[in-house]
Design a protein around this ligand. Structure first.
Ligand code: HEM
Length: 504
Protein backbone atom coordinates (compact mmCIF):
# COMPACT_ATOMS: atom_id res chain seq x y z
CA UNK A 1 0.00 0.00 0.00
CA UNK A 2 1.48 3.29 -0.98
CA UNK A 3 0.06 5.25 1.86
CA UNK A 4 3.12 6.45 3.69
CA UNK A 5 4.88 9.47 2.26
CA UNK A 6 1.71 11.27 1.20
CA UNK A 7 2.44 14.97 0.83
CA UNK A 8 -0.43 17.35 1.42
CA UNK A 9 0.57 20.86 2.40
CA UNK A 10 -0.74 24.41 2.73
CA UNK A 11 -3.30 26.10 0.58
CA UNK A 12 -3.29 23.45 -2.14
CA UNK A 13 -4.10 20.91 0.49
CA UNK A 14 -7.16 22.78 1.70
CA UNK A 15 -8.43 23.44 -1.82
CA UNK A 16 -7.79 19.84 -2.78
CA UNK A 17 -9.48 18.53 0.29
CA UNK A 18 -12.61 20.64 -0.17
CA UNK A 19 -12.67 19.79 -3.87
CA UNK A 20 -12.30 16.16 -2.99
CA UNK A 21 -15.23 16.34 -0.59
CA UNK A 22 -17.42 17.93 -3.25
CA UNK A 23 -16.38 15.36 -5.80
CA UNK A 24 -16.95 12.52 -3.40
CA UNK A 25 -20.26 14.00 -2.37
CA UNK A 26 -21.37 14.14 -5.99
CA UNK A 27 -20.35 10.56 -6.65
CA UNK A 28 -22.08 9.48 -3.44
CA UNK A 29 -25.36 10.77 -4.79
CA UNK A 30 -24.90 8.75 -7.93
CA UNK A 31 -24.26 5.50 -6.06
CA UNK A 32 -27.00 3.21 -4.99
CA UNK A 33 -26.70 2.63 -1.29
CA UNK A 34 -26.15 -1.02 -0.50
CA UNK A 35 -25.28 -2.50 2.86
CA UNK A 36 -22.41 -4.92 2.94
CA UNK A 37 -21.28 -7.20 5.71
CA UNK A 38 -17.69 -5.93 5.66
CA UNK A 39 -14.82 -7.09 7.92
CA UNK A 40 -14.50 -4.96 11.08
CA UNK A 41 -12.23 -1.93 11.27
CA UNK A 42 -11.72 1.46 12.87
CA UNK A 43 -14.51 4.02 12.48
CA UNK A 44 -13.82 6.58 9.76
CA UNK A 45 -14.90 10.12 8.89
CA UNK A 46 -17.93 10.72 6.68
CA UNK A 47 -16.93 10.72 3.00
CA UNK A 48 -13.14 10.44 3.46
CA UNK A 49 -13.13 7.43 5.79
CA UNK A 50 -9.76 6.63 7.40
CA UNK A 51 -7.74 8.64 4.86
CA UNK A 52 -6.96 11.56 7.25
CA UNK A 53 -5.45 9.33 9.95
CA UNK A 54 -3.45 7.35 7.40
CA UNK A 55 -2.06 10.56 5.91
CA UNK A 56 -0.98 11.67 9.40
CA UNK A 57 0.68 8.35 10.32
CA UNK A 58 4.02 8.80 12.09
CA UNK A 59 4.81 5.07 12.00
CA UNK A 60 5.21 2.66 9.06
CA UNK A 61 1.84 1.55 7.72
CA UNK A 62 2.67 -2.07 8.60
CA UNK A 63 2.88 -1.23 12.34
CA UNK A 64 -0.42 0.60 12.19
CA UNK A 65 -2.06 -2.37 10.43
CA UNK A 66 -0.49 -4.75 13.00
CA UNK A 67 -2.22 -2.87 15.84
CA UNK A 68 -5.52 -2.95 14.00
CA UNK A 69 -5.25 -6.70 13.41
CA UNK A 70 -4.62 -7.20 17.13
CA UNK A 71 -7.75 -5.23 17.91
CA UNK A 72 -10.12 -6.30 15.13
CA UNK A 73 -8.84 -9.71 14.04
CA UNK A 74 -7.12 -11.22 10.98
CA UNK A 75 -9.30 -9.47 8.39
CA UNK A 76 -10.02 -5.75 8.64
CA UNK A 77 -11.52 -2.94 6.62
CA UNK A 78 -10.18 0.58 6.21
CA UNK A 79 -12.01 3.18 4.17
CA UNK A 80 -10.11 5.30 1.69
CA UNK A 81 -12.79 7.70 0.52
CA UNK A 82 -15.71 5.51 -0.49
CA UNK A 83 -13.53 2.56 -1.36
CA UNK A 84 -13.26 -0.14 1.25
CA UNK A 85 -9.75 -1.42 1.62
CA UNK A 86 -9.65 -4.93 3.07
CA UNK A 87 -6.46 -6.33 4.62
CA UNK A 88 -6.07 -10.05 5.20
CA UNK A 89 -3.49 -11.28 7.70
CA UNK A 90 -4.61 -14.90 8.04
CA UNK A 91 -2.99 -17.80 6.19
CA UNK A 92 -6.29 -19.62 5.72
CA UNK A 93 -8.18 -16.57 4.47
CA UNK A 94 -5.35 -15.69 2.06
CA UNK A 95 -5.59 -19.27 0.76
CA UNK A 96 -9.35 -18.96 0.36
CA UNK A 97 -9.03 -15.73 -1.64
CA UNK A 98 -5.89 -16.26 -3.71
CA UNK A 99 -6.03 -20.00 -4.36
CA UNK A 100 -9.65 -21.21 -3.97
CA UNK A 101 -11.16 -18.08 -5.48
CA UNK A 102 -7.97 -17.25 -7.40
CA UNK A 103 -9.54 -16.04 -10.65
CA UNK A 104 -11.91 -13.65 -8.82
CA UNK A 105 -9.15 -12.07 -6.69
CA UNK A 106 -6.62 -11.85 -9.54
CA UNK A 107 -7.28 -8.37 -10.86
CA UNK A 108 -5.82 -4.98 -9.83
CA UNK A 109 -7.46 -1.69 -8.87
CA UNK A 110 -7.53 0.70 -11.85
CA UNK A 111 -4.41 2.83 -12.21
CA UNK A 112 -5.34 6.46 -11.58
CA UNK A 113 -3.54 9.77 -11.15
CA UNK A 114 -0.58 11.19 -13.08
CA UNK A 115 2.05 8.74 -11.73
CA UNK A 116 0.05 5.75 -12.83
CA UNK A 117 -0.84 7.16 -16.24
CA UNK A 118 2.75 8.09 -17.10
CA UNK A 119 4.72 5.16 -15.69
CA UNK A 120 2.29 2.25 -15.35
CA UNK A 121 0.34 2.33 -18.61
CA UNK A 122 -2.04 -0.57 -18.12
CA UNK A 123 -1.58 -1.57 -21.78
CA UNK A 124 2.12 -2.16 -21.18
CA UNK A 125 2.60 -3.13 -17.60
CA UNK A 126 2.19 -6.55 -16.10
CA UNK A 127 2.09 -5.66 -12.41
CA UNK A 128 -0.68 -3.06 -12.58
CA UNK A 129 -2.74 -4.53 -15.44
CA UNK A 130 -6.27 -5.77 -14.88
CA UNK A 131 -6.79 -9.53 -15.18
CA UNK A 132 -7.35 -9.56 -18.93
CA UNK A 133 -6.05 -10.91 -22.22
CA UNK A 134 -3.37 -8.22 -22.57
CA UNK A 135 -1.99 -9.05 -19.09
CA UNK A 136 -1.98 -12.76 -19.94
CA UNK A 137 -0.10 -12.17 -23.20
CA UNK A 138 2.54 -9.96 -21.58
CA UNK A 139 3.00 -12.18 -18.54
CA UNK A 140 3.17 -15.38 -20.59
CA UNK A 141 5.78 -13.81 -22.85
CA UNK A 142 7.95 -12.81 -19.84
CA UNK A 143 7.59 -16.18 -18.11
CA UNK A 144 8.08 -18.48 -21.09
CA UNK A 145 10.60 -16.46 -23.12
CA UNK A 146 12.80 -14.88 -20.45
CA UNK A 147 12.22 -16.51 -17.06
CA UNK A 148 11.93 -20.19 -18.02
CA UNK A 149 14.64 -22.53 -16.68
CA UNK A 150 16.36 -22.81 -20.06
CA UNK A 151 16.27 -19.05 -20.74
CA UNK A 152 17.66 -18.33 -17.28
CA UNK A 153 20.60 -20.65 -18.01
CA UNK A 154 21.33 -18.78 -21.24
CA UNK A 155 21.99 -15.55 -19.32
CA UNK A 156 25.02 -16.97 -17.47
CA UNK A 157 27.35 -14.39 -18.99
CA UNK A 158 25.27 -11.63 -17.43
CA UNK A 159 25.61 -13.21 -14.00
CA UNK A 160 29.36 -13.60 -14.51
CA UNK A 161 29.54 -9.91 -15.42
CA UNK A 162 27.48 -8.84 -12.38
CA UNK A 163 29.58 -10.94 -9.99
CA UNK A 164 32.85 -9.59 -11.43
CA UNK A 165 31.64 -6.02 -10.96
CA UNK A 166 30.39 -6.71 -7.44
CA UNK A 167 33.62 -8.30 -6.21
CA UNK A 168 35.82 -5.69 -7.89
CA UNK A 169 33.86 -2.78 -6.41
CA UNK A 170 33.92 -4.35 -2.94
CA UNK A 171 37.70 -4.92 -3.11
CA UNK A 172 38.28 -1.35 -4.28
CA UNK A 173 36.19 0.18 -1.54
CA UNK A 174 37.73 -2.08 1.12
CA UNK A 175 41.25 -1.14 -0.01
CA UNK A 176 40.50 2.54 0.32
CA UNK A 177 38.72 2.37 3.69
CA UNK A 178 40.41 -0.10 6.07
CA UNK A 179 38.26 -2.96 4.85
CA UNK A 180 34.94 -1.16 5.36
CA UNK A 181 32.28 -1.40 2.65
CA UNK A 182 28.79 0.01 2.29
CA UNK A 183 27.23 -3.02 0.68
CA UNK A 184 23.85 -1.87 -0.62
CA UNK A 185 25.15 0.46 -3.37
CA UNK A 186 27.26 -2.33 -4.87
CA UNK A 187 24.48 -4.90 -4.57
CA UNK A 188 22.02 -2.62 -6.36
CA UNK A 189 24.49 -1.82 -9.12
CA UNK A 190 25.50 -5.46 -9.69
CA UNK A 191 21.90 -6.72 -9.65
CA UNK A 192 20.95 -4.07 -12.17
CA UNK A 193 23.86 -5.11 -14.44
CA UNK A 194 22.61 -8.70 -14.50
CA UNK A 195 19.05 -7.60 -15.28
CA UNK A 196 20.27 -5.17 -17.95
CA UNK A 197 22.11 -8.03 -19.62
CA UNK A 198 18.92 -10.10 -19.55
CA UNK A 199 16.94 -7.17 -20.90
CA UNK A 200 19.28 -5.97 -23.70
CA UNK A 201 21.46 -9.04 -24.31
CA UNK A 202 24.85 -7.42 -23.82
CA UNK A 203 27.26 -5.89 -21.30
CA UNK A 204 26.78 -2.13 -21.17
CA UNK A 205 29.37 0.50 -20.46
CA UNK A 206 29.57 1.91 -16.90
CA UNK A 207 28.12 5.32 -17.82
CA UNK A 208 25.01 3.83 -19.39
CA UNK A 209 24.44 1.60 -16.37
CA UNK A 210 24.72 4.66 -14.13
CA UNK A 211 22.28 6.63 -16.32
CA UNK A 212 19.74 3.80 -16.15
CA UNK A 213 20.28 3.42 -12.40
CA UNK A 214 19.63 7.15 -11.90
CA UNK A 215 16.41 7.27 -13.89
CA UNK A 216 15.04 4.05 -12.33
CA UNK A 217 15.61 5.53 -8.89
CA UNK A 218 13.78 8.72 -9.82
CA UNK A 219 10.84 6.70 -11.12
CA UNK A 220 10.70 4.57 -7.98
CA UNK A 221 10.73 7.64 -5.80
CA UNK A 222 7.80 9.18 -7.60
CA UNK A 223 5.87 5.90 -7.69
CA UNK A 224 6.35 5.59 -3.92
CA UNK A 225 5.22 9.13 -3.14
CA UNK A 226 1.48 9.68 -3.44
CA UNK A 227 0.05 13.19 -3.61
CA UNK A 228 -3.55 14.35 -3.38
CA UNK A 229 -4.21 14.05 -7.14
CA UNK A 230 -3.47 10.32 -6.95
CA UNK A 231 -6.42 9.95 -4.57
CA UNK A 232 -8.56 12.54 -6.36
CA UNK A 233 -7.49 12.43 -10.03
CA UNK A 234 -10.23 14.90 -10.87
CA UNK A 235 -8.09 17.54 -9.07
CA UNK A 236 -5.02 16.90 -11.20
CA UNK A 237 -5.28 20.41 -12.69
CA UNK A 238 -4.31 21.88 -9.27
CA UNK A 239 -0.95 20.13 -9.34
CA UNK A 240 0.48 21.28 -12.68
CA UNK A 241 4.01 21.65 -11.33
CA UNK A 242 4.09 18.01 -10.37
CA UNK A 243 2.73 16.90 -13.70
CA UNK A 244 5.50 18.83 -15.45
CA UNK A 245 8.15 17.26 -13.22
CA UNK A 246 6.79 13.78 -13.88
CA UNK A 247 6.66 14.45 -17.61
CA UNK A 248 10.33 15.50 -17.49
CA UNK A 249 11.27 12.22 -15.81
CA UNK A 250 9.25 10.24 -18.34
CA UNK A 251 10.99 12.05 -21.20
CA UNK A 252 14.47 11.21 -19.84
CA UNK A 253 13.37 7.63 -19.26
CA UNK A 254 12.25 7.44 -22.91
CA UNK A 255 15.54 8.90 -24.18
CA UNK A 256 17.78 6.58 -22.15
CA UNK A 257 15.89 3.35 -22.78
CA UNK A 258 14.92 4.00 -26.41
CA UNK A 259 18.61 4.44 -27.16
CA UNK A 260 19.23 0.92 -25.76
CA UNK A 261 16.30 -0.52 -27.70
CA UNK A 262 17.58 1.04 -30.92
CA UNK A 263 21.07 -0.32 -30.34
CA UNK A 264 19.61 -3.79 -29.99
CA UNK A 265 17.46 -3.31 -33.11
CA UNK A 266 20.65 -2.49 -35.05
CA UNK A 267 22.47 -5.56 -33.72
CA UNK A 268 19.55 -7.84 -34.58
CA UNK A 269 19.30 -6.31 -38.07
CA UNK A 270 22.89 -7.39 -38.72
CA UNK A 271 21.62 -10.95 -38.28
CA UNK A 272 24.64 -12.20 -36.30
CA UNK A 273 24.31 -15.14 -33.90
CA UNK A 274 23.51 -13.63 -30.50
CA UNK A 275 24.79 -14.72 -27.07
CA UNK A 276 21.23 -14.97 -25.76
CA UNK A 277 17.65 -14.05 -26.58
CA UNK A 278 17.12 -10.93 -24.50
CA UNK A 279 13.80 -9.75 -23.05
CA UNK A 280 13.70 -6.87 -25.55
CA UNK A 281 14.10 -9.33 -28.47
CA UNK A 282 10.90 -11.03 -27.36
CA UNK A 283 9.08 -7.69 -27.03
CA UNK A 284 10.21 -6.55 -30.46
CA UNK A 285 8.40 -9.45 -32.10
CA UNK A 286 5.50 -9.84 -29.68
CA UNK A 287 2.01 -9.48 -31.15
CA UNK A 288 -0.75 -8.37 -28.79
CA UNK A 289 -4.47 -7.96 -29.39
CA UNK A 290 -5.45 -7.56 -33.08
CA UNK A 291 -1.97 -8.72 -34.08
CA UNK A 292 -0.49 -5.32 -33.28
CA UNK A 293 3.13 -4.99 -32.19
CA UNK A 294 4.23 -2.91 -29.17
CA UNK A 295 5.35 0.67 -29.73
CA UNK A 296 8.50 2.21 -28.19
CA UNK A 297 6.53 3.79 -25.35
CA UNK A 298 5.15 0.43 -24.32
CA UNK A 299 8.50 -1.35 -24.65
CA UNK A 300 10.17 1.30 -22.48
CA UNK A 301 7.49 0.81 -19.81
CA UNK A 302 7.87 -2.98 -19.89
CA UNK A 303 11.70 -2.88 -19.75
CA UNK A 304 11.52 -0.41 -16.85
CA UNK A 305 9.10 -2.69 -15.02
CA UNK A 306 11.44 -5.66 -15.53
CA UNK A 307 14.47 -3.73 -14.24
CA UNK A 308 12.71 -2.07 -11.32
CA UNK A 309 10.79 -5.16 -10.19
CA UNK A 310 14.00 -7.15 -9.89
CA UNK A 311 16.65 -4.68 -8.74
CA UNK A 312 15.46 -3.24 -5.43
CA UNK A 313 13.70 -6.38 -4.21
CA UNK A 314 16.75 -8.59 -4.81
CA UNK A 315 19.38 -6.16 -3.49
CA UNK A 316 17.30 -5.30 -0.40
CA UNK A 317 16.91 -9.01 0.41
CA UNK A 318 20.66 -9.50 0.01
CA UNK A 319 21.45 -6.60 2.31
CA UNK A 320 19.14 -7.95 5.06
CA UNK A 321 20.65 -11.38 4.66
CA UNK A 322 24.24 -10.14 4.93
CA UNK A 323 23.33 -7.98 7.94
CA UNK A 324 22.09 -11.08 9.73
CA UNK A 325 25.28 -12.96 8.82
CA UNK A 326 27.41 -10.15 10.22
CA UNK A 327 25.33 -10.24 13.38
CA UNK A 328 25.53 -14.00 13.78
CA UNK A 329 28.99 -15.48 13.19
CA UNK A 330 27.66 -19.00 13.81
CA UNK A 331 25.30 -18.85 10.82
CA UNK A 332 28.07 -17.39 8.65
CA UNK A 333 30.48 -20.22 9.60
CA UNK A 334 27.85 -22.85 8.91
CA UNK A 335 27.23 -21.32 5.48
CA UNK A 336 30.93 -21.27 4.68
CA UNK A 337 31.26 -24.89 5.77
CA UNK A 338 28.49 -25.92 3.38
CA UNK A 339 30.08 -23.96 0.52
CA UNK A 340 33.46 -25.61 1.06
CA UNK A 341 31.83 -29.05 1.32
CA UNK A 342 30.08 -28.59 -2.02
CA UNK A 343 32.74 -26.80 -4.15
CA UNK A 344 35.96 -26.75 -2.12
CA UNK A 345 38.10 -23.64 -1.63
CA UNK A 346 39.54 -23.17 -5.13
CA UNK A 347 36.60 -23.18 -7.52
CA UNK A 348 34.19 -20.23 -7.51
CA UNK A 349 30.59 -21.17 -6.72
CA UNK A 350 28.41 -21.45 -9.82
CA UNK A 351 24.66 -21.67 -10.08
CA UNK A 352 24.57 -25.49 -10.48
CA UNK A 353 26.46 -25.74 -7.16
CA UNK A 354 23.96 -23.55 -5.37
CA UNK A 355 21.14 -26.02 -5.96
CA UNK A 356 23.03 -28.48 -3.72
CA UNK A 357 23.35 -25.99 -0.85
CA UNK A 358 20.36 -26.57 1.43
CA UNK A 359 21.61 -24.30 4.20
CA UNK A 360 22.09 -21.39 1.76
CA UNK A 361 18.47 -21.88 0.67
CA UNK A 362 17.32 -22.00 4.31
CA UNK A 363 19.12 -18.72 5.08
CA UNK A 364 17.48 -17.04 2.07
CA UNK A 365 14.01 -18.26 3.09
CA UNK A 366 14.56 -17.12 6.68
CA UNK A 367 15.56 -13.68 5.37
CA UNK A 368 12.40 -13.47 3.28
CA UNK A 369 10.36 -14.50 6.33
CA UNK A 370 11.87 -11.93 8.70
CA UNK A 371 12.48 -9.15 6.16
CA UNK A 372 10.18 -9.51 3.14
CA UNK A 373 10.99 -6.61 0.77
CA UNK A 374 7.26 -5.86 0.63
CA UNK A 375 5.30 -6.19 3.86
CA UNK A 376 2.18 -6.37 1.67
CA UNK A 377 1.72 -7.61 -1.89
CA UNK A 378 0.56 -5.22 -4.62
CA UNK A 379 -3.08 -4.18 -4.23
CA UNK A 380 -5.55 -6.75 -5.57
CA UNK A 381 -9.16 -6.23 -6.66
CA UNK A 382 -12.01 -8.59 -7.52
CA UNK A 383 -13.52 -9.24 -10.93
CA UNK A 384 -16.97 -9.48 -9.28
CA UNK A 385 -18.37 -9.05 -5.73
CA UNK A 386 -17.28 -11.97 -3.58
CA UNK A 387 -16.70 -13.09 0.02
CA UNK A 388 -13.76 -14.03 2.27
CA UNK A 389 -14.12 -15.63 5.69
CA UNK A 390 -17.87 -15.03 5.49
CA UNK A 391 -17.45 -11.27 4.96
CA UNK A 392 -18.45 -9.42 1.80
CA UNK A 393 -15.86 -8.14 -0.64
CA UNK A 394 -17.64 -5.53 -2.79
CA UNK A 395 -16.70 -5.14 -6.45
CA UNK A 396 -14.94 -1.80 -5.85
CA UNK A 397 -12.86 -2.96 -2.86
CA UNK A 398 -9.06 -3.00 -2.75
CA UNK A 399 -7.71 -6.14 -1.07
CA UNK A 400 -4.24 -6.66 0.27
CA UNK A 401 -2.44 -9.41 2.14
CA UNK A 402 -0.18 -8.83 5.14
CA UNK A 403 2.93 -10.74 4.09
CA UNK A 404 5.00 -9.79 7.15
CA UNK A 405 2.23 -10.71 9.61
CA UNK A 406 1.89 -14.17 8.09
CA UNK A 407 5.63 -14.85 8.17
CA UNK A 408 5.82 -13.75 11.80
CA UNK A 409 2.64 -15.26 13.19
CA UNK A 410 3.45 -17.01 16.51
CA UNK A 411 0.64 -19.50 15.85
CA UNK A 412 2.54 -20.80 12.84
CA UNK A 413 6.20 -19.95 13.57
CA UNK A 414 7.98 -20.88 16.79
CA UNK A 415 9.82 -17.86 18.26
CA UNK A 416 9.16 -15.81 15.13
CA UNK A 417 11.46 -12.96 16.27
CA UNK A 418 14.53 -15.19 16.09
CA UNK A 419 16.57 -15.38 12.89
CA UNK A 420 16.94 -19.18 12.76
CA UNK A 421 17.41 -20.69 9.27
CA UNK A 422 17.38 -24.22 10.74
CA UNK A 423 13.58 -24.04 10.92
CA UNK A 424 13.55 -24.47 7.13
CA UNK A 425 15.77 -27.59 7.25
CA UNK A 426 13.27 -29.65 9.21
CA UNK A 427 10.19 -28.27 7.50
CA UNK A 428 9.70 -28.19 3.73
CA UNK A 429 8.07 -24.78 3.12
CA UNK A 430 6.72 -24.19 -0.35
CA UNK A 431 6.93 -20.49 -1.23
CA UNK A 432 4.30 -20.78 -3.97
CA UNK A 433 1.61 -21.63 -1.40
CA UNK A 434 -0.22 -24.01 -3.73
CA UNK A 435 -0.81 -26.61 -0.95
CA UNK A 436 -0.92 -24.26 2.05
CA UNK A 437 0.31 -20.76 2.76
CA UNK A 438 2.89 -20.41 5.54
CA UNK A 439 4.76 -17.49 4.09
CA UNK A 440 4.19 -15.55 0.89
CA UNK A 441 6.99 -13.03 0.17
CA UNK A 442 6.34 -13.44 -3.59
CA UNK A 443 2.55 -13.50 -3.30
CA UNK A 444 0.67 -16.67 -4.30
CA UNK A 445 -1.88 -17.64 -6.94
CA UNK A 446 -2.33 -16.09 -10.36
CA UNK A 447 -0.45 -12.88 -9.52
CA UNK A 448 2.49 -14.63 -7.87
CA UNK A 449 5.76 -12.93 -8.71
CA UNK A 450 6.91 -14.37 -12.05
CA UNK A 451 10.52 -13.62 -11.02
CA UNK A 452 10.50 -16.03 -8.06
CA UNK A 453 12.95 -18.58 -9.53
CA UNK A 454 15.24 -15.87 -10.86
CA UNK A 455 15.24 -13.97 -7.57
CA UNK A 456 15.94 -17.11 -5.51
CA UNK A 457 18.77 -18.07 -7.84
CA UNK A 458 20.36 -14.60 -7.77
CA UNK A 459 20.15 -14.21 -4.00
CA UNK A 460 21.56 -17.70 -3.36
CA UNK A 461 24.37 -17.32 -5.88
CA UNK A 462 25.43 -13.87 -4.69
CA UNK A 463 25.42 -14.77 -1.01
CA UNK A 464 27.37 -17.98 -1.63
CA UNK A 465 30.01 -16.04 -3.61
CA UNK A 466 30.24 -13.25 -1.02
CA UNK A 467 30.75 -15.70 1.83
CA UNK A 468 33.14 -17.86 -0.17
CA UNK A 469 35.29 -14.83 -0.95
CA UNK A 470 35.26 -12.81 2.30
CA UNK A 471 34.82 -13.03 6.06
CA UNK A 472 32.17 -10.48 7.06
CA UNK A 473 32.40 -8.59 10.36
CA UNK A 474 30.72 -5.56 11.84
CA UNK A 475 32.49 -2.21 11.73
CA UNK A 476 34.15 -1.54 15.11
CA UNK A 477 31.90 0.62 17.28
CA UNK A 478 29.00 0.28 14.86
CA UNK A 479 26.85 -2.75 15.68
CA UNK A 480 24.44 -3.85 12.97
CA UNK A 481 21.15 -2.00 13.31
CA UNK A 482 18.12 -3.86 11.94
CA UNK A 483 15.71 -0.91 12.16
CA UNK A 484 13.43 -0.79 9.12
CA UNK A 485 12.27 2.09 7.00
CA UNK A 486 9.82 2.12 4.10
CA UNK A 487 11.21 3.19 0.74
CA UNK A 488 10.00 1.44 -2.41
CA UNK A 489 10.80 -1.73 -0.43
CA UNK A 490 11.41 -2.08 3.32
CA UNK A 491 15.10 -1.22 3.70
CA UNK A 492 17.61 -0.88 6.54
CA UNK A 493 17.28 2.57 8.09
CA UNK A 494 21.04 2.54 8.69
CA UNK A 495 22.53 0.68 5.73
CA UNK A 496 24.99 -2.09 6.53
CA UNK A 497 28.64 -1.02 6.80
CA UNK A 498 30.75 -4.15 7.21
CA UNK A 499 34.44 -4.98 7.35
CA UNK A 500 35.46 -7.60 4.80
CA UNK A 501 38.58 -9.79 4.89
CA UNK A 502 39.67 -11.90 1.95
CA UNK A 503 39.58 -15.60 2.91
CA UNK A 504 42.81 -17.61 2.50
C1 HEM B 1 13.43 -11.03 -3.77
C2 HEM B 1 12.93 -10.65 -4.92
C3 HEM B 1 11.47 -10.42 -5.24
C4 HEM B 1 10.38 -10.37 -4.39
C5 HEM B 1 10.35 -10.58 -2.88
C6 HEM B 1 9.22 -10.11 -5.22
C7 HEM B 1 7.93 -9.99 -4.73
C8 HEM B 1 6.82 -9.75 -5.52
C9 HEM B 1 5.49 -9.57 -5.01
C10 HEM B 1 5.07 -9.65 -3.54
C11 HEM B 1 4.67 -9.34 -6.07
C12 HEM B 1 3.17 -9.04 -6.03
C13 HEM B 1 2.35 -10.31 -5.90
C14 HEM B 1 0.87 -10.00 -5.74
O1 HEM B 1 0.45 -8.87 -5.99
O2 HEM B 1 0.12 -10.89 -5.35
C15 HEM B 1 5.49 -9.34 -7.27
C16 HEM B 1 5.00 -9.12 -8.53
C17 HEM B 1 5.81 -9.07 -9.64
N1 HEM B 1 7.17 -9.29 -9.71
FE1 HEM B 1 8.39 -9.74 -8.14
N2 HEM B 1 9.62 -10.00 -6.53
C18 HEM B 1 10.98 -10.19 -6.59
C19 HEM B 1 11.76 -10.19 -7.73
C20 HEM B 1 11.30 -10.05 -9.01
C21 HEM B 1 12.10 -10.19 -10.19
C22 HEM B 1 13.59 -10.57 -10.22
C23 HEM B 1 11.28 -9.93 -11.26
C24 HEM B 1 11.58 -9.93 -12.74
C25 HEM B 1 12.67 -9.59 -13.27
C26 HEM B 1 9.96 -9.64 -10.74
C27 HEM B 1 8.86 -9.30 -11.49
C28 HEM B 1 7.58 -9.14 -11.00
C29 HEM B 1 6.43 -8.82 -11.84
C30 HEM B 1 6.42 -8.56 -13.35
C31 HEM B 1 5.32 -8.79 -10.98
C32 HEM B 1 3.86 -8.53 -11.36
C33 HEM B 1 3.12 -9.85 -11.55
C34 HEM B 1 1.65 -9.69 -11.92
O3 HEM B 1 1.01 -8.75 -11.48
O4 HEM B 1 1.14 -10.56 -12.67
N3 HEM B 1 10.02 -9.72 -9.37
N4 HEM B 1 6.79 -9.59 -6.90
Amino acid sequence: MELSGVTLNGFTCVVAFIGGLIWLGLSWNKKKKKTYHLPPGPPGWPLVGNLPEIIRLKQPFQQYAHKLHKKYGPIITLRLGFRPSIIVASHELAYEALIHKGSIFATRPAVKGPRGKLFQDSQANIAMAAYCLQWRTLRRNLVSETLSTSSLKSFWKGREWGMEILLERLRNEAEQGAGVVKLIDHLRHATLCILLYMCFGTRLEEKTVRDVEGILREILLCLGKAEFDDFFPVLEFLNRKRRKRLQGIRQRQMEILTELINRRRAVLAEGKEEECRAYIDTLLCLRVEDGRGLNDDQMVTLCTEFLNAGTDTTSTTLQWLMANLVKDEGIQSKLYEEIVNVVGKEKAVEEEDVSKMVYVEAVVKETLRRHPPGQFVLGHAVTEASTVGGYDVPADAIINFAVWEMGNDPQVWENPDEFRPERFLSDEVDLTGSREIKLMPFGVGRRICPGIALAMMHVQLVVARLVQEFVWESKPGEPVDLTEVQEFTIVMKNPLHAVIKQRD
